[in-house]
Design a protein around this ligand. Structure first.
Ligand code: ADP
Ligand code: MG
Length: 390
């Protein structure tokens, strides 16, 4: 740091990204009444910018002059922070941009990252920015054929929870309660999601990429267009079974939910488990084929806050270094160029529909935002970014 070199520190320059629509529209008020004045009184240099349209924060982070900004701080929910991560990592100079610290002042309806970090209020969040302490953050990359890569700092989900998350957008006015309402509706109208999921053991991922990172002298990655991916070739749908050490999750013709987490909290109010570290280079995967209503409902009623969500036998718990998801039915793989995924008869038949067995392969949800349903490779990039922590 500047101080280590004997230089006099300059005030940190903060770019505040405020989503005027975040949460129930309270982000602007929070910024004006708490965040901006406190940061200014603390001697920081503050610039504020409102996001003017969906995904505006991607454009801002992709273009911001990194010589002029020390931290990008979001006043909204997980969605806008997700956009900042994606904007920074999409840049040609991503390897520099990734080191710019990011921060969150919880003012959206989905504030899982803030809750995970122990940022319990806007005040704590603002003090966190003043303090300037950061922690390394693992990032997941999500690759699909012929589409730009997506990056995630929080979660990927498919199945009941993804549907509830995305469909709850209609009840935005409810605030955080929107997830409970949509979740309950999805539980009583439960769907099944056909597909296959392959996993890579965590050691394999680590021995190759983390170790290499630490042992070999750092090479200038400026020529690399994006963070390294080792398994892009698996996106070729001609590959029926990825070779060892990948393995298929057995006995899974369909799922009711699948969740990949980088943080202990899924939402502000759902504390999943305390067994997660956000910079250990490991992905935590949970999945279930449970369809009995009461079996699914119980943990959501009794274990939302106690960190024991995964101790009930609702979901299988797995650590991994990579995941390949092939939605749809075996033998009739999805066609990523058209998004089409073939649906089996038992899913589309009138009888199946009457029983509310799902009709489509379901939505893919990354950090609370919708992404296309298609063959998807997810890899972990250990400690890729820096996030402000209390
Ligand atoms: P919440 O937690 O309330 O969902 P988010 O931070 O996740 O808050 O933001 C929700 C969405 O709002 C994001 O997808 C973002 O792209 C979008 N957004 C940001 N600014 C605007 C705007 N000015 N108008 C409409 N949508 C916006
Ligand atoms: Mg959101």
């Amino acid at each position: 740091t500047a101080r280590d070199l004997g230089a006099f520190p300059k005030p940190k320059r903060i770019l505040l990204l405020v989503n005027p629509n975040g949460g129930v529209g309270k982000a602007k008020r929070i910024s004006d009444s708490v965040v901006k004045p406190m940061l200014q009184h603390s001697g920081l240099t503050v610039n504020e910018q409102y996001t003017e349209y969906g995904r505006h924060a991607v454009d801002i982070a992709a273009k911001v002059d990194l010589d002029e900004v020390d931290s990008l701080v979001v006043v909204s929910g997980d969605g806008v922070l997700h956009e900042v991560v994606n904007g920074l990592l999409s840049r040609p100079d991503w390897d520099r941009a990734r080191k710019t610290s990011i921060g969150i002042v919880p003012a959206g309806s989905g504030n899982a990252i803030a809750a995970s970090l122990g940022i319990v209020s806007q005040l704590v969040a603002t003090l966190t920015v003043v303090r300037g302490e950061t922690s390394k953050l693992d990032i997941f990359s999500l690759s699909q054929l012929n589409r730009p890569r997506i990056y995630s700092m929080l979660s990927f989900s498919w199945g009941m929870m993804a549907d509830a998350d995305i469909e709850s957008d209609n009840y935005r006015w409810l605030g955080p309660l929107r997830f409970d309402v949509a979740g309950f509706i999805r539980m009583i109208r439960l769907r099944r999601y056909p597909g296959k999921v392959y996993v890579l053991p965590p050691k394999h991922q680590q021995s190759h990429s983390t170790a290499k990172h630490q042992l070999t002298p750092p090479q200038s990655p400026s020529h690399k267009r994006e963070p390294e991916s080792r398994f892009q070739h698996l996106l070729d749908s001609n590959i029926k079974e990825p070779p060892k050490p990948w393995s298929v999750i057995p006995n899974m013709p369909f799922y009711s939910m699948l969740l990949l987490l980088n943080c202990p909290n899924v939402g502000e109010t759902i504390f999943f488990t305390n067994t997660i570290r956000f910079n250990d280079g490991i992905m935590r995967l949970w999945y279930s084929a449970e369809t009995r209503f009461w079996k699914i409902l119980m943990p959501f009623i009794f274990d939302q806050q106690n960190g024991k969500m995964v101790e009930r036998d609702l979901m299988k718990d797995l650590e991994c270094g990579g995941i390949l998801i092939v939605p749809g039915v075996e033998g009739e793989p999805d066609d990523p160029s058209t998004h089409k995924v073939t649906e089996p008869d038992w899913v589309t038949s009138p009888a199946a529909k009457a029983q509310n067995i799902y009709q489509k392969p379901g939505l893919f949800d990354v950090d609370g935002e919708l992404m296309p349903t298609a063959r998807t490779l997810i890899e972990v990039h250990p400690s890729l970014m820096n996030i402000l922590v209390p």
